[in-house]
Design a protein around this ligand. Structure first.
Ligand code: GTP
Ligand code: MG
Length: 195
């Protein structure tokens, strides 16, 4: 997809604020600081449209970015950030779960995992929950530039095994730093939204 236009639309805190355009939505789920916002920026070749931060837990709403008149990227709050109170966490949890199970335009969830570490308990729970609810997903294993190329396959295997992922779940190695995986991910997204 050629990105001619990318704009921030809204930080939604509830369903009444979700855009009514009915464009397909691609949501990003993953632990705080894993690189969700950076991935969006790389996909649209913009340095800082999606807010990135070295401080985890910054994204607390559903941040909508419209790409051309073709789709939205929806940057979800990172999970597993300990310094957020338990009540806060549960409140978000409900809100996000509802979005993921009930949002009609949602076509694909990108579950973003850090290539350097085996998926955490939170990652495993998120994967199992998405599968249990029949939410279509693609595992995106990011920060590939942080490990040597010779170790990529071994790390991808550990990610798949630790998540207990199905053989036919798509998995894409990515680097927001270098652009690795960008074309492959665009192809998958185009396919899923019938572009
Ligand atoms: P929250 O919004 O807090 O949930 O975090 P996030 O998942 O949006 O992470 P973000 O994109 O803000 O990235 C966190 C940090 O990781 C930043 O310092 C990024 O520069 C860095 N980062 C993200 N992706 C990559 C990557 O592919 N390679 C490298 N080397 N660094 C990355
Ligand atoms: Mg973010």
């Amino acid at each position: 997809m050629k990105v001619n236009q990318a704009e921030f639309v809204i930080s939604a805190v509830g369903p009444s604020q979700y855009p009514a355009d009915a464009l397909p939505e691609i949501a990003l789920a993953g632990r705080s600081n894993v690189g969700k916002s950076s991935l969006i920026n790389r996909m649209i070749q913009r340095k800082n449209l999606a807010r990135t931060s070295s401080k985890p837990g910054k994204t607390q709403q559903l941040n909508y970015y419209r790409i051309n008149q073709d789709l939205f990227f929806v940057d979800l709050p990172g999970y597993g950030y300990a310094q957020v109170s338990k009540t806060e966490r549960e409140k978000w949890g409900k809100f996000i779960e509802q979005y993921l199970t009930e949002r009609e335009p949602l076509k694909l969830v990108l579950q973003v995992i850090d290539v350097r570490h085996p998926p955490s308990k939170d990652d495993q729970a998120m994967y199992a929950w998405l599968k249990h609810n029949g939410v279509p997903l693609c595992i995106v294993v990011t920060k590939a530039d942080k490990i040597p190329r010779g170790k990529w396959q071994q790390h991808l295997k550990i990610v798949r095994e630790t998540l207990g992922a199905d053989k036919d779940d798509p998995m894409i190695l990515f680097s927001s730093e270098l652009g690795i995986g960008k074309d492959e991910l665009w192809s998958l997204i185009e396919d899923r939204i019938g572009y």
